[in-house]
Design a protein around this ligand. Sequence first.
Ligand code: SAM
Ligand code: SF4
Ligand code: SF4
Length: 351
Amino acid sequence: MGRVIGVLESRGPGLENATFDSLGRPVRDLRISVTDRCNFSCVYCMPKEAFGPDHQFMPRAELLTFEEITRPATIFVTLGVRNLRLTGGEPLVRHRVAPLVAMLSAIPGVDVALTTNGSLLAQKATALRQAGLGRVTVSLDALDDATFGAINDVRFPVARVLDGIEAATGAGFGAVKVNMVVKRGVNDDSILPMARYFRGTGHIVRFIEYMDVGTTNGWRLDDVVPAAEIIERIDREFPLQPVEPRYPGEVASRYRYVDGAGEIGVIASVTRPFCRGCTRARLSADGQLYTCLFAGAAGQDLRAALRHGTPDERIRQLIVGTWTGRRDRYSEIRTSQTSARPRIEMSYIGG
Ligand code: SAM
Ligand code: SF4
Ligand code: SF4
């Protein structure tokens, strides 16, 4: 077959029927963007200058229907995918997402998760849980309204996101992961307050290095607070010790508080790239299949196939062909030149 034997092939049980890319990475995760729209305008993701009133979002007819999402998702599961994650844009702004969750969670052998900005979670958590959603990740970048409002850029209050987290716990999700993107000079002074606030609650804050996704957020390397610095700052106040990864290629590096108050994670996509363990495929809201968050070229058009009566076996071949030809490792080869290249926006491809 001529494929490179990679570290993940020795990941052990469950990989017998997996589909590997040209660098030996199996496909294990499918991130599904259900909309490119959002009710926030986060400065690092959908800045108003680029996503203002004149921005053309996808017309409704272009979005995959729930049936059109479920079909390729089911095929992906036969190829080794075990985790489906709904994302966007803001997935909860799409009308009635719970029925989609129900359709996806009925596929045997998968966990269905969702990443949300939390703004609509308080009202939707119970329905999502009842539909079979397994896990929720909530994004929150600060605990004070001035900082958070300046980042989401629609003055959305912190308290309502915290209500969403509480509602998720109440609905049976238990502890949630809380994603905080750290941008130097913008919210790095919120690292310690976030650690302090969520310590002892069971919720796990994951500090994410600010990335050069898309081309509209004006990313500069100087704006990145390296994961090592984040850990150092927290460790000074609350001593930490590293936790062994649950499996090779785990995206977040985990640390536990020495005093037993729980754990945190750091996602060091810029300073410690993890392309070697990257097992994620991405389906955009209009049905394009991508194999990297930093894709520069058009994806594989699954929607055309889905809408033209293509049989499952042919769709399976399209997916296998795309994955087995994959060589992506953008974060490992990132330089100031690569970050000037054209790239798909994160809200489109699904974060
Ligand atoms: N709207 C949802 C949310 O914010 O959770 C889901 C989509 S969002 C694109 C997914 C994740 O990507 C969020 O946790 C967000 O903070 C993160 N993200 C967005 N832009 C980013 C950037 N430039 N660097 C690092 N993470 C980013
Ligand atoms: Fe919307 Fe999420 Fe992007 Fe913020 S990070 S603009 S909430 S999609
Ligand atoms: Fe995966 Fe691409 Fe990110 Fe590397 S840069 S970890 S290949 S999505």
